[in-house]
Design a protein around this ligand. Structure first.
Ligand code: SAM
Length: 233
């Protein structure tokens, strides 16, 4: 789904991109193929980093693979594009696994442990005009994701929805998910997947610009012949 979004709305040529929780590197490689110039891929799993390096080479693209926890390896940097398919499966265990394959999906009781960290920090790592594309199940809360991103000044919306079948892990947890209020019915088998798009405005709102625009509006109301103020921002 996220690769489809990248292809339908490609980033500007030469854009910088960050893939959080890169796994095999599929999104990092898709970003490079979509025209990004500098692509950084981060994962907590060292095995994933070996995979992304190999897959990038096999696909003939350059990806810088960094080991670490979400944004930590790129502290202080900003990107034109951030993509992520993070762990989002709600779990009866509150603690996230420290090692092993389960790190790829386990995401705490409400499935939002990693999502919330991405939503609360993404704005600081986006350049003005930059874009975040984030995929998760609607089970973990579409509104929570959109609200967190909007509270931080990003223009957030659902870019793509897809109705599919619950995956095997969620299916096995269906009765527990129902008890938690995350699934309407214990026999529910459908799941909606979302791609959330959030853009950082190209220019922050400027009180000065707003005041001048208001002055021009008043001038054009009262003095139709007066020329508007000339401004550049
Ligand atoms: C669902 S997999 C996604 C893999 C790949 N991006 C894809 O779309 O197929 C999530 C990945 O996030 C990684 N991950 C989990 N927690 C992380 C964290 N705190 N920081 C960085 N990567 C993390 C996992 O190791 C796993 O590779």
């Amino acid at each position: 789904m996220l690769v489809r979004c990248l292809r339908e709305e490609p980033p500007p040529a030469g854009a910088s991109a960050l893939d959080l929780g890169t796994g095999s590197g599929v999104l990092a490689i898709a970003a490079a193929q979509a025209g990004c110039g500098e692509v950084v891929a981060v994962d907590v799993s060292r095995r994933a980093l070996l995979a992304v390096r190999l897959n990038a080479r096999l696909n003939g693209v350059r990806v810088r693979a960094l080991h670490g926890d979400l944004f930590a390896p790129v502290a202080g940097q900003r990107f034109d594009l951030i993509v992520s398919n993070p762990p989002y499966v709600p779990s009866p265990q509150a603690e996230l696994p420290r090692r092993g394959l389960a790190r790829a999906w386990e995401a705490g009781h409400d499935g939002r442990d990693v999502l919330d960290r991405i939503c609360s920090q993404a704005d600081a790592y986006l350049r003005p005009g930059g874009r975040l594309l984030l995929v998760h199940s609607a089970l973990c809360g579409e509104t929570a994701t959109l609200s967190m991103l909007r509270e931080r000044g990003l223009h957030a919306e659902v870019a793509l929805r897809h109705q599919g079948e619950l995956g095997p892990i969620l299916r096995a947890r269906a009765p527990w998910l129902h008890q938690q209020g995350l699934l309407a019915h214990p026999a529910e088998r459908a799941e909606e997947m979302l791609v959330i798009k959030a853009e950082r405005p190209a220019k922050p709102p400027s009180p000065h610009r707003d005041a001048v625009q208001e002055a021009n509006r008043l001038r054009s109301c009262s003095l139709p012949s007066s020329p508007p103020l000339r401004l550049s921002f």
